[in-house]
Design a protein. Sequence first.
Length: 269
Amino acid sequence: MYERRGRLTKDGIRIYDLSDFAGMNRAGRLAATILDDIAEHVFVGQTTAELDRLITHWVEEAGATSATIGYKGYQHASCISVNHVVCHGIPGDKKLKDGDILNIDVTVIVDGWYGDTSRMYVAGSLTRKAERLIQVTHDALMLGIEAARPGNTFGDIGAAIQTYVEAQRMSVVRDFCGHGLGRVFHAPPNVLHYGRPGTGPTLEEGMFFTIEPMVNLGRPETKVLADDWTAVTRDKSLSAQFEHSVGITAQGCEVFTLSPAGHFHPTYG
């Protein structure tokens, strides 16, 4: 069975073989390519349902499988979270307005491997406060990735993110976290985006997981709406998120979901 590949640590974290990195790179590259391609379709007047339709088509066209369609009853190939939606926003018919910011999250399965990534987009013009939120969130993810190397702990990743975000007078969401993946969608460990240095399991070569900080302009508290999916900020402040799937190498960290076009950040490229 796929999920039995590799060995488990005492914390239940799977250690994959060096040969498994190639499969993760293929899955991650497809997910990242889809997010590159969707960028030109994000504009004022567009609906998130149409964005999801395009993503669904591209996943099928690539001969891959959406990991989210049918997952716990979810029926879309993406989660699209607009403005104060923190994560798990459901695509719908509401049109994007000028200045809306949105996170698009896609997970694909390629030859049994899972590629999971999300990034921010902007419809129309970007306000100064939204621009700063997006930049801080992006930089927080990159600091978390810098801390992801053998011998460090998962607490080191969380601490790097939390320390930076709170120094910018923003907050890190506590209610959602990153996760292990590989031949399964979600597996140990929970990758918290806050914490204390030196705590939690030690990082080892062959660990695969996501780092996906959610950052709020206001307070960190969230609530889930009646649809049982959509999470929003309790104070209705703007929220942003970036996500990469990574693997620990002997030297540090390999990012599986790098943008082939160099467009991971909405104002780059």
